[in-house]
Design a binder for this molecule. Structure first.
Ligand SMILES: *[C@@H]1O[C@H](CO)[C@@H](O)[C@H](O)[C@H]1NC(C)=O
Ligand SMILES: *[C@@H]1O[C@H](CO)[C@@H](O)[C@H](O)[C@H]1NC(C)=O
Ligand SMILES: *[C@@H]1O[C@H](CO)[C@@H](O)[C@H](O)[C@H]1NC(C)=O
Length: 832
């Protein structure tokens, strides 16, 4: 047993900056991402398993990459399981094996390609007239670029004001100096005369062809170069200029071939001390049917960049909102755009109109210009001296925001990733277009279609100059709310309330809210029928999810996390109401199972703030652990009268039969679910005389007595429900086990090094216990009489068919766990 080997002295992160991984070849080899304890030598592990050690996995602490010639089985996991089996049978002792150092392993799979988020512009020719003002500014700035006059998004001569308002920023000499943006895309033509002077080779890499330079090679590899031009095309005699024409631009190529989660994780962390902003104009298919989140390695990579990138200020991730609006898509079904770590940018066209493609969602922060109304973005193209007038979609909006953020960073390099989001919220400009504009409690207007409005470069840079940095991030996790109730169809909704108290936020060191996330489970026979709203204590409504006409998935939401930026700046104290609706009256029905609210925001006491622990593979944060914590079950569900959930304070207090709980946050009282008409316009309703709606007899007694009577009935119902729940959870555990077995193995056992830092209200050790034993043992303890071995073989046999089962509700989550590499995830086409 080696504990203090060389590896305890050299951290993986240190090595990552000096060592490049050898190119991957998925035709000849299979690859493993493995997390091991830091005292273990990955080389020794490789020898033990007969693998080749490729090197540390970028900036991901203690993660390493191994390979072996292509094979069918899972070498690492099989070895670990075999050791466990032999220990169980006492064929070997409990003495240390190097396999005990393996905390996580994931055999890499090729994932469905992401979609580029450009759209083919609708026809339209433009005769641009030069206007005196534009000429004057160009002269002052010595801009001689031939298509500058066509770049209406920079200076709109036809509809003055419909541009990003940047020229006065440039006139101050702020042009992006000393800032680097990295275009994560299909390449970047570093030989273009418009880009070569700003090109930053060190921050660039090609993860498709595994070469240092991200040269576009395929005929349609134009997307990344066009995006790069919007950010950093030089001030010269080629095409136009970028928003930050003196910034550096790098390119990481991932969209032009098959990659795995390992590649994507490395790509979005590439040179994270040198690349300041990552521009991502791609994502899961925008087909109105896909619901896909980044896999765990990618999620870890994002958090690593947020915590370590830019010298600890946090890398800035910018994602295009998505082009699926015409297909009813919503950017909250995309785990990249709805991450709290990314700034999601949607599009408006040159007339400030909503273009048919740009997706709405409560995670959208801001919009900026792109194609529509007969014109597109004019920018650099692939070739030494080539331009295009055809760049569009939310793909083209994202990089404009990237260019503006580069200007902001030149003015204030010390801004954190959250400061950038604050500045965006406070300076985006709402505009006169019909939408669901709502005044937020903080002050600014918010629309799900346009976020906080359109980006104004001048306004955001001015605000940044004197901006006082926000204190570090803090967060509050509610307990899981167990609803387990059928969702009424039509306009009605099923509401559930959680009240956040001042004390809870104090204990969580949380001063005010920035992002909120809701993780939830809803079972439904047709996912596209569902919609979800969240109403804050200050009466702001987030439409977390909207119905999608083409989404036929015969299951609902499985541990899915929605995000909203619409509650930015709220205090957070009071009742948070979630309303799940089944919008279609048809044969397809469902049940609202459970949900958990998380508030993320600014800390009260900066000195007490801590870094969020990296999500671990055994993390229960996104899983209800109801079976381990029956105390949090809301026991009785009694339909109320007709309170208006849109106005939670209108809702009568209902009896809650809740067991005393043992954790700090259990002081939270969760109101039971309420079936109530939930309209989006609040209307005061008189409290009903009856405790229950009219079909329930009052027995001619007082409300208090009614409560007693119905409470007793409730207890009986509760007992039956409890029994039902028990069997339900047993089923759920089984299903989860098969899902979890599928993508990666949780190998953590006793010496968990991260558990201590958990924040949630759930007792960490107990919470993990049920999930640790994946393939046998405790997991099936509920089934007395069945031996471990029987269950084990059943589980192993069951493995294969699950891989290809299209309709398994767990498949999709598994797919998202691995970044969409399951067989059911059909390959996305390109949009260009
Ligand atoms: C990858 O491996 C295959 C099969 O061995 C080989 O034909 C191919 O040339 C390799 N590709 C590269 C880029 O090395
Ligand atoms: C644009 O910039 C100017 C300064 O150049 C500023 O006065 C104005 O408020 C900004 N915003 C709009 C919408 O014009
Ligand atoms: C550029 O950035 C680096 C690192 O952030 C800093 O040390 C340097 O002073 C900056 N240079 C200029 C000209 O601002």
């Amino acid at each position: 047993m080696r504990v203090f080997g060389i590896w305890s002295l050299l951290s993986a992160a240190t090595l990552a900056s000096v060592a490049h991984l050898p190119p991957r070849n998925y035709t000849s080899h299979d690859y493993y991402a493995v997390r091991i304890t830091s005292s273990t030598s990955p080389a020794d592990l490789a020898v033990h398993l007969g693998l080749t050690y490729d090197g540390p996995l970028g900036a991901l602490e203690d993660h390493h990459l191994f390979r072996a010639p292509k094979h069918d089985n899972d070498i690492v996991d099989d070895a670990v399981q075999e050791l466990k089996r032999r220990r169980r049978k006492r064929e070997v002792g409990a003495e240390y094996s190097i396999l005990d150092s393996v905390k996580f392993t994931q055999k890499q799979k090729l994932k469905p390609r992401h979609w580029k988020r450009s759209v083919i512009p609708r026809a339209g020719t433009e005769t641009t007239e030069a206007v005196r003002a534009q000429r004057e500014i160009a002269n002052k700035l010595e801009i001689k670029d031939p298509i500058f006059e066509e770049q209406w998004h920079i200076f709109n001569v036809k509809t003055p004001g419909n541009d990003v308002n940047v020229t006065d920023v440039w006139l101050q000499g702020i042009t992006g100096k000393n800032v680097t943006a990295c275009i994560v895309d299909d390449g970047l033509d570093m030989d273009s005369d418009d880009l070569k002077d700003n090109f930053f080779a060190e921050g660039s890499y090609d993860f498709n062809d595994h070469t240092d330079l991200p040269k576009p090679r395929l005929s349609d590899d134009r997307h990344g170069t066009r995006c790069a031009g919007e950010v950093a095309a030089g001030r010269n005699n080629v095409c136009g200029v970028g928003l930050a024409y003196d910034s550096k631009i790098s390119g990481v190529r991932i969209l032009s071939g098959d990659i795995s989660d390992v590649d994507e994780a490395l790509a979005i962390n590439y040179e994270l001390q040198k690349n300041d902003i990552y521009s991502c104009s791609w994502g899961p298919p925008d087909d109105g049917k896909t619901m896909q989140a980044p896999g765990v390695l990618i999620e870890k990579a994002m958090i690593t960049a947020i915590q370590q990138g830019r010298g600890g200020k946090g890398s800035i991730y910018v994602f295009a909102a998505g082009n699926g609006a015409a297909a009813d898509d919503n950017c909250n079904f995309d785990g990249y755009t709805n991450s709290i770590y990314s700034i999601t940018v949607g599009a408006i066209d040159k007339n400030n109109l909503h273009p048919y493609y740009s997706e709405a969602c409560s995670a959208q922060l801001v919009v900026t210009y792109s194609s529509g109304s007969g014109d597109s973005i004019h920018t650099t193209d692939v070739g030494t001296n080539k331009c295009t007038s055809q760049h569009g979609g939310t793909s083209a909006a994202g990089p404009i925001a990237v260019g503006v953020f580069a200007l902001v960073l030149e003015a204030r390099p010390d801004l954190t990733w959250r400061d950038m989001q604050w500045l965006t919220v406070l300076t985006a400009v709402p505009f006169d277009q019909p939408s669901d504009w709502t005044k937020t409690p903080l002050g600014p207007m918010y629309s799900h279609q346009f976020g906080y409005g359109k980006l104004d470069a001048y306004a955001i840079v001015e605000k940044a100059k004197t901006w006082e940095l926000v204190k570090p991030q803090a967060w509050f996790y509610s307990p899981w709310m167990h609803v387990r109730k059928a969702i009424p169809e039509g306009d009605k909704g099923l509401a559930s309330v959680f009240e956040v108290t001042e004390q809870m936020l104090k204990d969580a060191n949380l001063e005010r809210v920035e992002h909120i996330t809701v993780t939830m489970n809803v079972e439904h026979q047709r996912r596209g029928d569902l919609s979800v709203e969240l109403i804050s204590p200050q009466k702001m409504t987030s439409h977390l999810s909207t119905a999608r006409r083409d989404d036929d998935a015969p299951y609902g939401y499985v541990d899915w996390t929605f995000m909203s930026v619409a509650h930015w700046g709220e205090k957070g104290v009071g009742k948070w109401t979630i309303i799940v609706k089944d919008t279609k009256i048809n044969q397809k029905k469902g049940t609202f199972t459970d949900w958990r609210l998380r508030l993320w925001g600014e800390s009260i006491d900066a000195s007490k703030a801590k870094l969020r622990p990296l999500p671990t593979e055994h993390d229960d944060d996104d899983h209800d652990v109801i079976d381990d914590h029956p105390a949090h079950t809301t026991s009785i569900i009694i339909p109320s009268g007709t309170p208006n959930p849109a106005n939670p304070s209108d809702m009568p207090t209902r009896p809650v039969n809740q067991k005393p709980t043992d954790t700090a946050q259990s002081a939270a009282h969760t109101s039971p679910a309420t079936s109530a008409p939930a309209s989006s316009t609040p209307s005061a309703t008189a409290a009903p005389e009856n405790f229950l709606p009219s079909p329930f007899p009052t027995f001619g007694v007082s409300k208090r007595t009614q409560i007693w009577i119905y409470g007793s009935i409730g207890l009986i119902v509760l007992f039956c429900a409890g029994l039902g729940t028990y069997y339900y959870m047993v089923r759920r555990k089984r299903a989860q086990a098969s899902r979890d077995n599928y993508e990666f193995e949780i190998l953590d056992d006793a010496d968990d090094d991260e558990g201590g830092a958990r924040t949630g209200m759930l007792n960490g050790a107990a919470g993990r216990k049920g999930r640790r034993a994946r393939r046998g043992g405790e997991l099936y303890d509920a089934f007395a009489g069945e031996s471990d071995e029987d269950l084990l073989s059943e589980s192993e046999d069951g493995d294969a068919p699950y891989r290809d089962r299209d309709m398994s509700p767990y498949n999709e989550k598994a797919q998202s766990d691995a970044g969409g590499s399951s067989a059911s995830g059909s390959s996305g086409g390109k949009r260009q």
